[in-house]
Design a protein around this ligand. Structure first.
Ligand code: 5GP
Ligand code: MN
Length: 339
């Protein structure tokens, strides 16, 4: 799954922070005399994050597995940002657990106690430190707090820019999950550190291709089904349909939120088919769930679609056809959704 703005922002903010601090403390590690710090993400990120400070230094595991495996095996410390279950980062997770060095988790997903870290930590390979706060709007918010608690103020414009990106994207530009006043104190201090907020919005939300906008129109016009008695909407897009619109990673980001604009739709589900990789028999169907208010979707995502996430924003997947995923959806929504 492609890293989102919060994963990118929190990882890059920590990267800038660690690079500068560890070097300052004179801990000699690499040939250059500095500790070397690397961001590794499991999959390619959408091109609308290319502009982020440090994005070009990121290693993408699926593109350079061998190089990344070496870095992971030789690491002395890991920060795990914006995920709380090692399986969320694919094969990278097992590689990381095989290295017994300290691991610090910084995350805002609920359910750490149910996640797989517990089993692993019982084998002595788990987390050394956990900074998990499901009340936080984003992992970037927790990274901000940790930096400030360490006695520093955010004066670095690059760190501030990375953190602002995660705050903005994980709250839909402050339209949900963003009612706490402290969040706006954080934004004020990031603005003072030099964040150009309108430019960040523009870079993330106003640089779409014409194909992406047309795909959105097609999905809403032709592919949205509404289940009025359950205040529920479903959009599906097959691999063929995505190819027709020259799909690029990130092109369907935010689509799942759009049916919630309808006055009596409170739940929205979006299914996207990824064609089977060579040598594997089945397509992967990625499923996104969104809801409004006190209407959890994460239990449904976890019990029926092998996923999980936040109360109002979750994801999951099945291997098979879109038709099979829709059948599972139709067999289960009445059980999991409040009317
Ligand atoms: P999205 O719909 O944007 O892919 O994901 C929404 C939220 O659900 C994110 O916070 C993400 O971490 C979580 N999520 C997405 N897919 C999965 C999954 O397969 N497993 C779990 N545990 N969480 C997921
Ligand atoms: Mn997040």
């Amino acid at each position: 799954m492609a890293p989102d703005g919060d994963a990118m922002g929190s990882a890059l903010a920590m990267w800038h922070y660690c690079k500068d601090r560890f070097a300052e403390r004179g801990k000699v590690k690499s040939e250059s005399g500095k500790w070397s710090v690397t961001v590794i993400v499991p999959n390619a990120f959408p091109s609308f994050f290319d502009w982020m400070p440090g994005a070009h230094e990121i290693k993408i595991y699926e593109h350079e597995a061998e190089k990344c495996n070496k870095l992971i095996a030789e690491a002395d410390l890991f920060f795990c940002l914006d995920f709380n279950d090692p399986s969320r980062i694919g094969p990278m997770g097992a590689r990381m657990l095989a290295n017994p060095c300290p691991k610090i988790l910084i995350d805002h997903h609920p359910g750490l106690e149910r996640g797989k870290w517990k089993e692993e930590s019982e084998r002595g390979e788990g987390l050394t430190e956990i900074h998990s706060d499901p009340e936080a709007c984003s992992t970037c918010e927790i990274v901000y707090r940790l930096i400030v608690e360490s006695g520093e103020s955010i004066v670095d414009g690059q760190i501030a820019t990375c953190l602002y990106t995660g705050l903005m994207t994980d709250t839909g530009n402050f339209s949900f999950n963003s009612t706490r006043a402290e969040l706006y104190d954080i934004i004020a201090s990031l603005l003072r550190a030099g964040v150009k907020k309108d430019e960040i919005y523009d870079a993330v939300f106003n640089q779409y291709s014409a194909d992406r906008v047309r795909l959105t129109g097609y999905a809403l016009h032709r592919k949205m089904r509404i289940y009025p008695e359950h205040h529920l909407a479903l959009i599906t897009l097959s691999a063929d349909e995505l190819e027709r619109f020259h799909y690029q990673i990130g092109d369907t980001e935010g689509l799942v939120n759009m049916p919630l604009q309808i006055s009596d739709v409170y739940y929205s589900v979006f299914m996207r088919e990824e064609r089977a990789k060579p040598g594997t028999p089945k397509s992967r169907i990625r499923i996104s769930f969104r809801s409004q208010g006190d209407r959890p979707v994460n239990i449904w995502a976890s019990e029926v679609f092998h996923g999980g996430g936040h109360m109002n924003a979750s994801g999951g997947e099945i291997y098979g056809t879109i038709g099979q995923a829709v059948r599972l959806f139709e067999q289960s929504y009445k059980k999991y959704l409040k009317i």
